[in-house]
Design a protein around this ligand. Structure first.
Ligand code: SF4
Length: 727
């Protein structure tokens, strides 16, 4: 056991108790300079090409630098994801770079006068504590006793080390798009990818379901949508809330929340019954049509109306228009799909609808992108059976975060006593906070790597400050996309304070574990070695920012035979893998519980100027949107004696109260039985000085979850709230 082993995790959350000067001193930060309009207007004396990380979309950025300071971020013209434009969050990246609340030095938990506090530490000291504890956990409890939660591109370096320790999980799987991806895999043999392989600019008839395109501001998707509308695309939006996208639609179908699957089955019913499907495509490329009909034959428009509240005429009209536009129509799979716990089946129904239209590799439909493959550099790997753990849910393609949290609590199938948390604030991302707190309480050791003092940091034994994306190299980025490309992230300015990039932190961690072989190459040699394999070099891409390949043909060619990586080799309308695992081969509708009297179903989403809790301390972006509000149906609000601008506390069906108050917005844009708010607000850590106490946290209210038995998606939309008016 090393001298730094944390002998007893005298667990306590550390909130504002930073030792003086340890983390939040701000005198050396140019707050007045912080991306002011004047600063944003400046041209730099040099421009550095990199890519954004204000969300995970990774648009190309031209960063203007003047007198050693970053003064402006603009969209890189050569980069296919930005096309010369950034969304508001991307342009507001200076608010993160120059955030006075940034973590500035490593911190170590320490008891001072009987009180737990953090003290400033050197990297050497902090890494020694991390190293000793990681080794101790491995010796005492075997491989896998430390698990890793990651979010962010720098994780690729940390994974090199963590793959030797234990399970690696990312909240984005079970909390976001995992059910969508797995639902499509079960049907088509592949997911729709990210960026999604959808030909939106050429779609003629586009149905969006609870997908907040435009508020969910993925730069290129918004550009595609705008292009589609300019090309005459017709849009239908299904949502209990009149979203920004609904404002662009010819039809808004305000569906009763929780009944989306019923609507899809109703549409499938009409499309099959009226033979509106693409017969040639369905015959040649799908299996299970008869079984599908058996499953939907009772989902008549009248039954569907009774379930969803959508008039029969609208149900039938949209189904017929889908059939009429056929392979140029699209039922958009959306993105976050962790809604009700039957999410894989709901997403299978969306996949089936698209298959019936025959819109595979067609203009306006689902397409396939290739990528600019950059061969990797091989590093030695250590694999232990525990590390090769198979997810607990039978058809999951990844390990769900909630599964790992539950694993930590139960100690089964083996004991977990340590967490590494990189760039994901589990307190505000993971539903069922109680479970997260209990798991944290049980840990013997936890270390966090972050840019800001996110809430999760206050539960750590050691906090390691990462520099922002504007101060570091990361790995090369070459996603599947319609224009294949590879782009570089490089330091625009050197790391500020005593922060480090993830590749250096990974190297230090590997050294602590005696794994010097994992980081034998420095980062520049590593990137240059990879790029030389495609005939480029680090020096070339540093200047160009993005290297593209010619556009590929996205559509099915004459005589081309399609193949699908499913057990049958075809699109499975009835899924053989689902059947084999004991689930319904064809999606079936089950009604979800409705709100108790006096309560309203809590739905949440996004605003264009923020990326969840990641940006809700960004002073620049808070100029655009400074606190969330709760949307309440106007008539309901009036009946409750509320008016817009009032503040209320939320209280859910289990009596859980919101820590902070939230502003009321009365609107006709939500159905009476639901309320809606933007996710990621109501920071509870006072070290996040701009975001602390601003708005309320939706996550606090998500105490009841229903887990999808197919792949572990966390259904969060089973929570209901009521209000207490603040004086
Ligand atoms: Fe940055 Fe916006 Fe692109 Fe996301 S969509 S990477 S925040 S510019």
């Amino acid at each position: 056991m090393g001298k730094n082993h944390v002998k007893r995790r005298d667990f306590i959350k550390i909130s504002s108790a930073f030792l003086a000067g340890s983390a939040v001193a701000s005198s050396d930060l140019p707050l007045s300079f912080l991306g002011t309009k004047d600063a944003q207007a400046q041209e730099g004396d040099r421009v550095v090409k990199t890519f954004c990380e204000m969300c995970f979309w990774k648009c190309g950025v031209d960063a203007h630098v003047k007198d050693g300071k970053v003064v402006k971020l603009v969209g890189q013209k050569e980069n296919p994801l930005s096309n010369g434009k950034l969304c508001p969050r991307g342009a507001g990246g200076l608010g993160l770079l120059y955030d006075p609340d940034r973590l500035k030095h490593p911190l170590i938990r320490e008891r001072v006068n009987g009180k737990m506090m953090f003290r400033k530490a050197s990297w050497e000291e902090a890494m020694a504590v991390v190293g000793d504890n990681v080794k101790y956990l491995a010796q005492e409890y075997g491989p896998g006793a430390l698990v890793s939660f990651t979010h962010g591109f720098g994780a690729s370096f940390l994974k090199r080390v963590c793959a030797s320790c234990g399970i690696i999980t990312a909240p984005s799987y079970a909390q976001c798009r995992g059910a969508r991806d797995d639902g499509f895999k079960l049907t088509y043999g592949h997911s729709v990818g990210s960026p999604e392989m959808l030909d939106i600019p050429n779609t003629k008839y586009h149905v969006l379901i609870g997908y907040h395109l435009g508020e969910n501001m993925h730069n290129t998707v918004v550009q595609d949508f705008t292009q589609g509308i300019a090309n005459g695309m017709r849009v239908v939006v299904v949502d209990p809330r009149f979203s920004t996208a609904a404002g662009k639609a010819e039809k808004w179908l305000p569906i009763k929340a929780g009944t989306d699957l019923a609507l899809f089955l109703g549409w499938i019913h009409v499309i099959i019954k009226e033979e509106l499907y693409n017969k040639k495509f369905v015959e040649e490329y799908t299996v299970g049509l008869d079984e599908l009909w058996e499953g939907v034959k009772d989902a008549t428009p009248a039954v569907t109306y009774a379930r969803t509240g959508i008039p029969v005429e609208d149900i039938v009209t949209v189904a017929r228009e889908l059939g009429r536009y056929g392979e140029n129509a699209l039922v958009n799979p959306g993105r976050r799909s962790s809604w009700y716990g039957d999410d894989t089946q709901r997403m299978r129904a969306v996949a089936i609808l698209n298959a019936l239209l025959g819109n595979y590799k067609t203009p306006g439909g689902m397409v396939r992108y290739g990528r600019y493959r950059v061969p990797s550099v091989k590093f030695p790997k250590f694999r232990h059976p525990r590390v090769n753990y198979r997810p607990a849910y039978p058809l999951a393609s990844k390990v769900a975060t909630n599964e790992v949290i539950a694993h930590t609590l139960s100690g089964k199938p083996w004991p977990v006593h340590g967490w590494m948390v990189y760039g994901c604030n589990l307190i505000s991302t993971a539903a069922n906070q109680k479970q997260t707190y209990e798991a944290l309480q049980k840990l013997k050791f936890m270390f966090a790597i972050d840019v800001l003092p996110a809430e999760i940091c206050s539960y750590a034994d050691v906090v390691l400050p990462e520099c922002t994306y504007l101060e570091r190299y990361d790995d090369l980025f070459f996603p599947s996309y319609r224009t294949p490309f590879v782009s570089i992230r490089q330091p625009v300015i050197p790391p500020m304070f005593d922060s480090k990039p993830a590749h250096e932190i990974g190297k230090l961690l590997a050294e602590q574990m005696g794994r010097y072989d994992l980081f034998e190459m420095d980062i520049e040699t590593y990137l240059d070695t990879r790029l030389k394999k495609i005939g480029s070099s680090l020096s070339e891409i540093k200047v160009k920012g993005t290297i593209t390949k010619p556009e590929q043909n996205l559509y099915k060619q004459p005589g081309e035979k399609l193949k699908f990586r499913t057990p049958s080799g075809k699109i499975e309308l009835a899924s053989s893998r689902m059947k084999k695992a004991g689930f319904d081969a064809v999606p079936r509708y089950t009604a979800h519980p409705q709100a108790p009297k006096g309560f309203f179903r809590l739905l949440f989403g996004r605003t264009p100027s923020h990326t969840f809790a990641r940006t809700t301390n960004n002073r620049l972006l808070m100029e655009l949107y400074s606190e969330n509000d709760i949307w309440i149906n106007e008539q309901i609000g009036k009946d409750l004696g509320l008016k817009s601008g009032d503040y209320v506390r939320l209280s859910n069906q289990e009596g859980k109260k919101s820590t902070f108050k939230v502003k009321v917005r009365l609107t006709q844009r939500v159905r009476p039985e639901v309320v809606w708010m933007v996710h990621g607000w109501g920071h509870t850590d006072p070290n996040l000085r701009a975001g602390y106490g601003k708005g309320a946290s939706d996550t606090e209210m998500l105490t009841h979850t229903v887990i999808d038995p197919v792949m572990g998606s966390v259904g969060t939309q089973h929570n209901f709230v009521t209000f207490t008016k603040e004086a």
